[in-house]
Design a protein around this ligand. Structure first.
Ligand SMILES: Cc1cc2nc3c(=O)[nH]c(=O)nc-3n(C[C@H](O)[C@H](O)[C@H](O)COP(=O)(O)OP(=O)(O)OC[C@H]3O[C@@H](n4cnc5c(N)ncnc54)[C@H](O)[C@@H]3O)c2cc1C
Ligand SMILES: *[C@@H]1O[C@H](CO)[C@@H](O)[C@H](O)[C@H]1NC(C)=O
Ligand SMILES: *[C@@H]1O[C@H](CO)[C@@H](O)[C@H](O)[C@H]1NC(C)=O
Ligand SMILES: *[C@@H]1O[C@H](CO)[C@@H](O)[C@H](O)[C@H]1NC(C)=O
Ligand SMILES: *[C@@H]1O[C@H](CO)[C@@H](O)[C@H](O)[C@H]1NC(C)=O
Length: 499
């Protein structure tokens, strides 16, 4: 017995010393998060993870975490539609092989990863409104040799049209991806960032937000043809915008068109659902927050349900651009417009005549487009072939797809589902960023980072920094950079070979 006390006494004193060196240790923080997308669910996850890990021997510092979601489901821009008994991604659909937070979520939540099907059955066509300026070949042969030859032929076709510029484009993308990997470094070498500018500067990514993608690509020596065609096709598919988006959003967009892309079987929204479930979150579905008031030492959040919630820390995990949450005192952030993307799902069959072709089988499985005023859509892709003349397609456009237009593009249309997304920021260069800390107190804004790029992973990376920022601003720097925190991102994901 005596021995035990002797052993624990120094530890106890040490613990006291640590506790006394920081502020408000005796109380736990209540945290309110607005938005149940990947950003909000990630903040909850990292707050629990980091504060639980730190406090094996003392009470956790994070008390109740509430997430408010105005809709009846979690996931936000990760959502699915159901057509002909199949589930398709309606919003965020693909992840990059180096999206390490998402990979870790999938693994730890026991979600199943889906790799895209073999590329020999997929074909790309670049449509200018009148003709296909470029088309890859396709085969329905299952012979590996034929598939190999075909993929080589397609590489040659690409090379003949765009030349060495293709390699320069890859180098540009790889360099940017490598810089981004710094955000997975261990705490010892990775500071907590107070602003988006600081965060981007540290990884060497800031300059890319001050110039357009077009300017960046011309500088690295890309041919005008590649920029006008393939690069434009990709930015139109991923961000519904032209190559005048920022270099960083552009690089992220190009990275999302490479190989090894993946998604979660049954829907990417399950990442948010799993994180919320495993982070002891009090989830308020169908509850929209309409006002946030700072009352001196805490926040009061009022909802459309007539409820009032008191929280020490408030996290806004949704773009504020199209919301009218009333803030007291008022906050000001730089003006930002959201790009609306209309996702139209059609079960039916494309009309080959619309594309000036004789047979529907000649229409590529992915029709991309160049910038042209008279083009009514950005892309059309085959999601699934149900039978000979029964397919499900996804159409992206900047304006709604009216019935009359759809009836010209499709010869058969059995079912149509339209979704109007306030999809992502309308990017420009130079970008101006809203602050992570909106009021200098404890009101945080994850989606300030969306002006850098909008993806599931960038939301998770921004959320991880916000979680550390909350801990360090509430309990002192030590809390967010303690070396006893073994589960830093890099350790958890075993990334050392990549870094
Ligand atoms: C069509 C489309 C395709 C995309 N493709 C990809 C892709 O392939 N890969 C990729 O990585 N990313 C993609 N993205 C981007 C990606 O979806 C987003 O970057 C990411 O999901 C943003 O997550 P978030 O949690 O920050 O915001 P959101 O997912 O928008 O979550 C915000 C949540 O807050 C809720 N909310 C808002 N206001 C209130 C309020 N007052 N009270 C309560 N709740 C509120 C909303 O209902 C919403 O659920 C795509 C986006 C779109 C639209
Ligand atoms: C993960 O899922 C598989 C099947 O989907 C199941 O067999 C396994 O028990 C699950 N593991 C955990 C830890 O839940
Ligand atoms: C694909 O297979 C169908 C029969 O299943 C055949 O009619 C068609 O010609 C084939 N197309 C190609 C490009 O080989
Ligand atoms: C929620 O998490 C618990 C473990 O914490 C797990 O047993 C359960 O299956 C999860 N539920 C869902 C719906 O993911
Ligand atoms: C929020 O609700 C409380 C309680 O009903 C009320 O006293 C307060 O004025 C409301 N705040 C705002 C900003 O509407």
């Amino acid at each position: 017995m005596m021995n035990n006390i002797n052993n624990t006494l120094p530890l106890f004193i040490l613990a006291l010393l640590i506790l006394c060196s920081t502020r408000s240790y005796s109380q736990t923080l209540s945290v309110c998060i607005i938005g149940s997308g990947i950003a909000g669910s990630s903040v909850a996850h990292f707050l629990r993870h980091y504060s639980d890990d730190l406090h094996h021997h003392s009470p956790p510092r994070i008390g109740p975490i509430r997430i408010f979601e105005r809709h009846g489901v979690v996931g936000g821009r990760m959502a699915t539609v159901s057509i002909a008994g199949h589930t398709f991604e309606a919003g965020a659909s693909i992840l990059h092989p180096k999206n390490y937070h998402a990979l870790h979520y999938a693994e730890s939540l026991n979600l199943t990863i889906k790799k895209p099907s073999s590329s020999s059955s997929l074909s790309l066509g670049i449509w200018d409104g009148h003709k296909f300026v470029f088309k890859t070949l396709t085969t329905n042969s299952t012979c590996p040799f034929t598939q190999k030859i075909l993929s080589l032929t397609n590489s040659c076709l690409m090379f003949f049209r765009y030349g060495l510029s293709l390699f320069r484009m890859n180098t540009f993308v790889e360099r940017t991806v490598n810089n981004f990997l710094k955000y997975y470094e261990v705490f010892e070498s990775r500071p907590v960032f107070e602003t988006v500018d600081e965060m981007l500067n540290w990884a060497g990514l800031h300059k890319l937000t001050t110039r357009t993608l077009q300017e960046e690509l011309v500088d690295v020596g890309l041919s005008p043809l590649l920029i006008q065609e393939l690069v434009t096709v990709i930015t139109r598919i991923n961000y519904g915008q032209s190559v005048s988006i920022s270099g960083l959003a552009g690089a992220v967009s190009l990275a999302g068109s490479g190989g090894g892309l993946w998604s979660i079987v049954g829907g990417n929204w399950q990442m948010a659902a799993g994180l919320i479930n495993s982070s002891r979150v009090i989830l308020h579905l169908h509850e929209e927050i309409e006002s946030i008031s700072y009352l001196g030492d805490h926040y009061e959040l009022n909802s459309t349900e007539g409820n009032s919630y008191q929280c020490d820390v408030t996290v806004v995990a949704t773009p504020l651009d199209e919301l009218n949450i009333r803030f007291t005192p008022k906050i000001t952030i730089p003006m930002r417009k959201l790009q609306h993307t209309h996702a139209t799902f059609v079960r039916g069959f494309l009309n080959s005549a619309y594309f000036g072709l004789n047979a529907a089988s000649e229409i590529p499985t992915l029709v991309g487009t160049v910038e042209s005023l008279d083009l009514p859509f950005s892309s059309i892709s085959v999601l699934k072939q149900h039978s000979e003349q029964d397919m499900t397609y996804k159409v992206f456009s900047r304006e709604p797809m009216e019935d009359e237009l759809l009836d010209r593009i499709f010869s058969v249309r059995r079912e149509t589902i339209r979704i109007d997304w306030g999809a992502y920021p309308h990017y420009k260069a130079p970008e101006r960023f809203a602050p992570f800390v909106l009021d200098g107190q404890h009101l945080y804004y994850v989606n300030a980072f969306e002006n850098a790029a909008s993806t599931m992973e960038t939301s998770a990376v921004a959320a991880e920094n916000i979680a550390r920022l909350i801990l360090s601003r509430s309990f002192g720097q030590a809390a967010a950079s303690s070396s006893n925190l073994k589960s830093s991102a890099a350790d958890a994901y075993d990334l050392h070979s990549d870094l």
